[in-house]
Design a binder for this molecule. Structure first.
Ligand SMILES: CC(C)=CCC/C(C)=C/CC/C(C)=C/CC/C(C)=C/COP(=O)(O)OP(=O)(O)O
Ligand SMILES: O=P(O)(O)OC[C@@H](O)CO
Ligand SMILES: [Mg+2]
Length: 269
């Protein structure tokens, strides 16, 4: 049985040995699940981040996502520096706009908002960002970003001026993801939005999983072990949790245990 590479393969120069895309594709192929914690620089201070990092040493996570739709205080660099000081876990930028590009991360989700019909968020911002991205040395992870209705208007939907996908239309999400994969996007992200009242339904996750091969990220409103379990069981390769852990630190051990339980069965298979 092949052993599974941990998701923090950094060498002495702090560079990742494999690309994150290769690692996520391996996860997808082997059925291993990844757990990412979203850190919103706007909602983080040094003490809070420090105590989160200490807890993560005990209850491991695979990745950090750093970002927010707005980010009123441009502290990405400081947040990343603090993470680097205390942990070797890879850091992926989750940007709302090109001002959020910081080269000290490992990679960036280059989101194309394919659930919407606003050209600025499908390609416009990317044209502006392209020269900066090229210079940054970041690994570029092109991502089909699908925002799904979650019972309340999200910041992403407001800021981007786009309508989310209807919550109860898995087929619309599946066709959107298929088209995104055909256009060459390397990852798909189904997001009910930060602090969503309802997470993306298992039916929608399964419908997308059934029609695309790329790794599938699911986030938004995963604020309990049960919700995380349902998302993973339906076919998410990676879950992203932000608000749930910000509001209830006890959620971290629960989620870490749920993900480890899935991965245990992969290792034993
Ligand atoms: C091309 C570059 C570099 C950037 C543009 C990237 C695109 C197209 C983004 C899509 C639209 C967008 C605004 C996405 C933001 C995604 C994100 C970081 C969500 C995190 O949740 P928040 O929206 O911060 O929720 P709260 O404000 O409630 O915390
Ligand atoms: O903050 P939560 O609700 O966990 O959402 C995380 C992320 O998917 C939002 O874009
Ligand atoms: Mg935010």
């Amino acid at each position: 049985m092949p052993s599974i590479q941990p998701l923090n393969p950094q060498n002495s120069t702090n560079k990742l040995q494999s690309s994150l895309l290769t690692i996520l594709r391996d996860f997808r192929r082997t059925g291993r699940k990844a757990f990412a914690v979203l850190i919103d620089p706007d909602k983080t201070d040094e003490n809070g981040l420090f105590s989160l990092l200490a807890r993560i040493n005990v209850h491991p996570v695979d990745l950090f996502l750093v970002g927010g739709s707005l980010v009123t205080d441009y502290v990405h660099k400081e947040v990343i520096a603090t993470i680097r000081k205390h942990s070797q876990i890879p850091i992926i930028l989750f940007p709302g706009n090109p001002l959020h590009i910081v080269s000290s991360a490992d990679a960036i989700l280059l989101l194309s908002l394919i659930s919407g019909r606003n050209p600025e968020f499908l390609i416009g911002q990317h044209v502006i960002a392209a020269p900066l991205l090229k210079k940054s040395g970041l690994e570029i992870l092109s991502t089909g970003y699908m925002v799904v209705d979650s019972g309340t208007q999200t910041t992403v939907s407001y800021v981007s001026g786009t309508m989310p996908l209807p919550h109860d239309k898995p087929a619309v999400a599946a066709c959107t993801a298929m088209a995104g994969e055909m256009l060459g996007l390397q990852l798909m992200y189904l997001d009910a939005g930060s602090g969503a009242r309802w997470p993306v339904s298992p039916e929608m996750i399964a419908a997308v999983r059934a029609v695309v091969d790329v790794p599938l990220i699911v986030g938004g409103g995963l604020n309990s072990g049960e919700r995380a379990y349902e998302a993973l069981k339906a076919g998410a390769d990676m879950i992203v949790v932000g608000n749930g852990i910000e509001q209830n630190p006890d959620l971290l051990p629960q989620l870490s245990a749920v993900v480890q339980e899935f991965n245990q069965s992969v290792v034993q298979a």
